[in-house]
Every structure is written in C-alpha cells, then in structure tokens.
Write a protein that binds this ligand. Structure first.
Ligand code: DHB
Length: 510
C-alpha cells in the first residue's frame, strides 16, 4: 500500500515536473537555436585540382542569426554540410567551417535571394565605382577569377562545412528613406553570425572552434577585420542591439583576397604608387598628389614595420625595393618559369620591360607600375564628390555619404584646420583591421592567407603587404602571395587555399 502511494506520488511529481519543464522551455525557447532538421538535400559537381567530385550535401537556407534583426533578408545565413563525396559517406561533425563573406563594394549581401553568388544584391556598381570583377587584367586572361564560389565549392568537396552569411551594407535604405547598413553594420552582422555558429556548438555540424573566414576586396577587408578584432568589446553595444548570441566571435583563420582596407590611409598609399601615372584623362593634380604622398610617408614611418630578414623599417623610400625583392620578382619568376619556352618567349617579347636571365626576372618598379596603370582618380577613396564606395560606407542614418579623412574634408570645405568628427573617426577604426592589430587585440587570429593580383590597381600594393608585415611582426602565421598579372580578386590557386585550411586545422581532406 505504502509503496503504491509513493509510486503514484512519484509519478504525479514526474508528470508535474515534465509539464513545468515543457512550459519553461516553451517560454524560454532559444531563438538562436540552429534548426538542424530543416534542410534539403542537394548535389553538385565540383571541379577540383584532383578531378571532378560529386558532392551531396545538406542545404540549410535563410536562417536568421540574430534575435532582433533589423532586416532578416540580410541578417540570415545559408549552410552547406557535405554528407557524401562521390560514393563515400561522410561525417562533417568535426570539419572546419569556411565562413564565406560575399561583400563587394561595401554593399549589402542579400541572403533571401537564391543567388549562386552569395552577394546577389550587388547589382550595378554605383557611380564612381568600377564594375566589380572587371579590372584590367594585364597581358593574360583572368585565371581562376571566382569571387568565392569555386573556393567554397572546393572546400565543400574537401568535406568542410560552408557558411554563407548575408549582412547589411551601405546601400540598405528603409521605406522612410533612412539608411540602416552604414558602418559598422557589416562587421557587426558578421560577428553576430560567428557568434551564432559558436552558440550552436554540438548542434550545428562542423568544428565551431575552427571557423575560417574568406572574402575578396571589401569582403577581404572585412575578413581581415573579423580576423583581427575577435572578441573586441568595442562592438558589444551594436551586437546587443540586434540580439546577437552572447558568445565569442574570434575566428581560427582568416583569408583576405585583394583587401581594400586601411581606408583612411589608402589615398596617400595610392598616390605613392600611382601619383606619377596618368589616368585615362591625364595626370591627377600633382600638388594634391604630393600632399597625400607626404601624409602617407609619415604614416608609413609611424607603423614602424620591420621588413623580412633584417630588411629594416619599411619606409616610402625603401618600399619599392622591398616589394620587388620579396613579392613581385618571386611572383614573376613563378609565372614565367611555369610557361613553356615558346609561351615565355612570346610573353617576354610583349613585355620588353622584363629581363629574363638565368631563370630570373628583373625589372624596375616604375616599369611595373606603368605596366599595371592607374585606375582611380584623386583621392582614390575619399573622393571629393563622395561618389566612391568608401564615403558612402561612412554615411549615417540620414546622410548617404561623409568624408572620413582630414585631407578630403579640408579640401572640400576649404577649411584647412577642420578635422573629421570623433564619431566618424570611431567608425573608421571599427572598420579597420590595422586598428585592432595596432591594439594587439587578444582575439586576433593566428592564421592568415593573404592574396592579391600583382596587376590589381584598386589600391596600393603596400596595403596588403603592410597587413602581412604587421602580422609577421606579431609572430602570426602569414601566408602571402601575389598572382602575377592577376587583377582584382584574382585567385589562381583555390585548391591551395583549401589545402591550407587543412594544414592549419589538422583536418584531413576527404
Ligand atoms: C571594392 C573595390 C574598390 O575599388 C573599392 O574602393 C572598394 C571595394 C570591391 O570590389 O569590393
């Protein structure tokens, strides 16, 4: 009798407990829980260096990654999880996660559009911006030009998980005419997406401690920023506002193709490289070009960057030689030695500025710059008419574009004493990887893959090499290369990139 009573009491208690637990869980349901069962199965054939691979994968589409989205068309992500490669089943539970940033031109990335290129929203470039992906390509057709898709597919075919987040950008405008994607919205959203992945550790397939970001151009700059600014409290209030998961946002590795970064110093760096080269409409204003060169000279010195192998501090005076010695000549050598004799002779006949002797190229920096040619006007980024991507990125809710450098602000206003307001300066810092490298931010990732086309004239070559050098000076593992004659976002080696992820994570390719 007594046992019966205890049994029935315990049953009642269990039922009561179950009921209470259920109602608690219903009222506290995690809005950021990954819906692991809501996928479709898709297949694609991927061309890799090791031949074609048929990949079957789970496709998760349009998953909001913040609890209080401003616009969930943008603040959502897609995930691809490989389950079978050719005839072999595969478990991606512990695979690295490629975090594919589709930003171009500091524009938004719409995750609601089912576009094959992640940044489906990029559309026609605004006035003053070159058509993305259509840079001058030097003397050969673009090789492996791909803005991410083939890289991501090769990663998927290697057995990695691929996350493609949308994010807000400088073009986002609400019905009431207000802007809601100006700086620092893109980086805040991408950090929120990283936190979402981390928040779902053990639920979302893949190793949430091995997130590797990749992006090109503005996306390369934001990838660098994500890599350098991990866990910085400076974004906390922005992240809280959109209901981001309360988790870490540092990443394991960072890949940057043609990063358009260090924006507030990029105008001077551009003049250092292209100030003496004519645009299609002739030389830029030489007085202004010289002023920008002088500003850049001081800045370059202030970075106090140590060149490789005891080269000394990099300055505007020794940088040409440094680029030739460690980046441009090795790049040309690799390209030329990879050609057969006939093709090489043909190339050299068209490029008499290059001397080829004992399997070694030599040329002057001036001839190289002439070969590449100047693309942008002056100033290249913070342009006086504020038509370029960058002043528009630094607009605010009610202002489409704002100057973000003292030089352009002074030239535009005619007031030589005025300086950029402190709130704009703060935004400029929040968008610049160098700011966080300078702070020696603890959450800065250790692993870096930096790539640019040697003929990319969207920014000075010093920008990415300063990034490489500042990271090398902090003993980070940095893998840097210029693709000879490659243009903006060139990627001649997407398989090498995917292999690199395998190396840094220790995860064997499938
Ligand atoms: C991009 C290109 C640019 O020249 C620039 O100033 C900013 C962004 C891009 O391709 O993303």
């Amino acid at each position: 009798m007594r046992t019966k009573l205890i049994k029935s009491l315990s049953l009642t208690l269990t039922a009561l407990f179950a009921f209470t637990a259920k109602s608690i869980s219903a009222s506290t349901a995690d809005p950021l829980l990954f819906p692991r069962d809501q996928f479709t199965i898709e297949t694609k054939v991927v061309r890799t260096a090791n031949g074609e691979k048929k990949v079957k994968y789970r496709s998760y589409k349009h998953i909001p990654y913040v609890a209080k989205p401003v616009d969930k068309d943008y603040q959502s992500l897609n995930i691809s999880v490989p389950v079978k490669i050719d005839d072999k089943d595969l478990d991606a539970t512990h695979a690295p996660i490629l975090f594919e940033i589709g930003v171009g031109g500091y524009m938004s990335v719409n995750n609601a559009q089912n576009s094959s290129r992640p940044n489906g929203g990029m559309g026609t470039p605004p006035a003053g911006m070159p058509a993305m992906g259509m840079p001058p390509m030097g003397n050969r057709p673009p090789q492996g030009m791909n803005f991410g898709n083939s890289r991501a597919d090769i990663a998927l075919a290697a057995g990695y998980v691929v996350v493609s987040p949308g994010c807000r950008g400088r073009d986002n405008k609400a019905a009431d005419g207000s802007y809601y994607g100006k700086a620092p919205a893109a980086i805040v959203d991408l950090k929120a997406a990283v936190r979402y992945i981390r928040h779902n550790k053990g639920i979302l397939p893949g190793n949430t401690d091995q997130i590797v970001s990749v992006g090109c151009s503005a996306g390369g700059a934001i990838s660098a920023l994500l890599g350098a600014s991990g866990n910085s409290p400076l974004y906390d209030s922005y992240l809280k506002e959109i209901g981001a998961a309360d988790d870490r946002d540092d990443i394991f590795g960072c890949a940057c193709f043609s990063p358009i970064t260090d924006l507030e110093h990029a105008d001077g760096a551009y003049e250092w490289m292209y100030g003496d080269s004519p645009t299609r409409s002739g030389l830029v204003n030489q007085d202004q070009s010289n002023q920008l060169k002088a500003i850049y000279a001081d800045y370059q010195k202030s970075l106090n960057l140590q060149g490789k192998y005891g080269y000394g501090i990099l300055t505007v005076n020794n940088y040409q030689n440094y680029l030739l010695l460690y980046y441009l000549i090795p790049s040309a050598n690799k390209y030329l030695s990879g050609l057969n004799v006939d093709r090489r002779n043909e190339y050299l006949a068209k490029n008499k500025w290059i001397t080829w002797e004992n399997n070694n190229a030599s040329f002057s920096f001036t001839d190289y710059v002439t070969h590449v040619g100047r693309m942008k006007g002056l100033p290249a980024f913070d342009d006086f008419n504020m038509q370029a991507a960058e002043p528009i990125e630094f607009g605010d809710k009610t202002t489409n574009a704002r100057h973000f450098t003292d030089f352009s602000l002074q030239q535009s206003t005619g007031d030589k004493t005025t300086t950029v307001a402190s709130d704009v300066k703060k935004l400029v810092n929040l968008m610049n990887a160098f700011y966080f490298i300078g702070l020696k931010n603890n959450g800065c990732t250790n692993n870096w893959w930096l790539r640019n086309g040697a003929s990319d004239n969207h920014t000075s070559q010093t920008v990415m090499i300063n990034l490489a050098t500042s990271l090398e000076n902090q003993n980070k593992k940095v893998n840097t290369w210029l693709f000879w004659d490659g243009g903006h976002c060139a990627d001649d080696d997407p398989d090498g990139f995917v292999d690199w992820i395998g190396e840094i994570t220790g995860y064997a390719k499938k």
